[in-house]
Design a protein around this ligand. Structure first.
Ligand SMILES: *Cc1c(COP(=O)(O)O)cnc(C)c1O
Length: 382
């Protein structure tokens, strides 16, 4: 079976198979595939790399940011109680509520519910209605915290309200952790550390977006005790209990009263290949000078040389340039977008602003070898 190849000028969208991996990332995956390890050891090595890149106490590689959210939610509910781990997604008797500003609800937060969580919405986002200025205030979030609260949930983003530092202040005052979905918050690379620096207890990133890791990889980073709980709910711990000694990165697991069975994370298990690939990609992403990365992406777009196209910074992602094609109206942009997809190979461009008549070329998932073909396709539609 050979699927039809496309030219991906949209970005690292899951439905377009994410981006592409650097040869050293592919090599790391191939090497991992040709050896065996104990999985806690594999994740301990990943934890050291994630700590170095994020400043977090610990980290694990997950099967995507959505899996990291599910495991993070499971950790906030079960903590280090193996009986609770065994029960999830049944949460009888456990704190299972995740408090979120209503404006931050999104379809990825299903992952919290998959773990057994219940989402409690707070605030009226009338900031989005035009005349309004309010969203949810930190005070309203604080007021919603009860003994049933498992965590405060935050979708990171430039316009997210309340701010993460404000959320952390009210949540920690009541002894509740803050779980952050930062799946697509890279670049800028400094965001690897930002949310942890601001006091988040758990942060989720996608491995298959700008980091350039395997498409089905992600990161859960944060407080060692919570990350350890998440790991226990993904690992296969089906071994004689006396044999299990947690690596120092996950020492909290040595306190478990007994070993839990296959946990909720078993449905999103991660392989050694994904772990090795993610770690190689993360090291590469963190080591590259952001200005050099930005220049590399800009050069790719500049090489396209399309009449009338405008190079602009992505408003939400500092350091990411986009090449905008501006059409007379939405209908004209829709015709161009359809014509691009009808080509062989099909060309997919960023259509998120098609309502305003704008199509954009995102450089992240482009293959340099495709630039001449892409330039020709774009010139045909402008
Ligand atoms: C992409 C994304 C996810 C899911 O990430 P995966 O790594 O594909 O599982 C979750 N939340 C947000 C906001 C995202 O953009």
């Amino acid at each position: 079976m050979t699927p039809r190849r496309i030219i991906n000028a949209y970005g690292t969208n899951t439905r377009l198979s994410g981006g592409m991996m650097a040869p050293e990332v592919v090599a790391a995956m191939a090497a991992a595939a040709q050896a065996c390890f104990e999985m806690p050891d594999v994740q301990a090595a990943a934890s050291r790399a994630i700590s170095e890149a994020t400043g977090a106490q610990a980290g694990i590689v997950t099967a995507g940011a959505a899996a990291a959210l599910m495991l993070g939610a499971a950790a906030c509910m079960a903590r280090l109680d193996p009986a609770a781990m065994n029960r999830l997604p049944d949460t009888d008797g456990l704190p299972n509520e995740f408090i979120v500003s209503r404006s931050q609800r999104n379809m990825y937060d299903r992952a919290l519910r998959v773990a057994g969580g219940r989402i409690v919405e707070v605030g009226i986002p009338d900031r989005l209605s035009g005349p309004g200025v309010r969203d949810a205030s930190a005070g309203e979030i604080a007021d919603a915290i009860t003994p049933r609260t498992a965590a405060v949930f935050h979708l990171a983003g430039t316009d997210a309200e309340p701010s993460l530092p404000d959320l952390v202040r009210v949540a920690h005052a009541r002894g509740v952790p803050v779980l952050v979905d930062a799946a697509a918050q890279l670049p800028p690379a400094e965001n690897l550390r930002r949310f942890i620096d601001q006091g988040a207890d758990l942060v989720c990133f996608s491995g298959g977006k700008a980091i350039g890791g395997p498409q089905a990889s992600g990161i859960l980073a944060g407080r060692a005790e919570l990350v350890s709980s998440a790991l226990a709910q993904m690992l296969d711990l089906d071994l004689p209990e006396a044999q299990f000694v947690a690596p120092p990165e996950f020492a909290a697991l040595n306190q478990l009263r007994f070993l839990p069975h296959h946990g909720i994370g078993r449905v999103a298990k991660v392989g050694k290949e994904e772990v090795a690939g993610l770690v190689a990609a993360l090291r590469r992403f963190a080591a590259e000078d952001p200005a050099a990365r930005s220049a590399r992406w800009t050069a790719r777009l500049a090489a396209l040389d399309v009449p009338g196209a405008v190079l602009v910074p992505d408003g939400a992602k500092p350091g990411l340039p986009l090449l905008e094609l501006r059409f007379a109206d939405r209908a004209a942009a829709e015709r161009a977008e359809a014509a691009l997809r009808a080509r062989d190979p099909a060309v997919h461009v960023d259509a998120s602003r098609i309502r305003r008549g704008v199509l954009a070329v995102n450089p992240i998932a482009l293959d340099d070898a495709d630039l001449p073909l892409l330039a020709e396709a774009l010139r045909d539609v402008v």
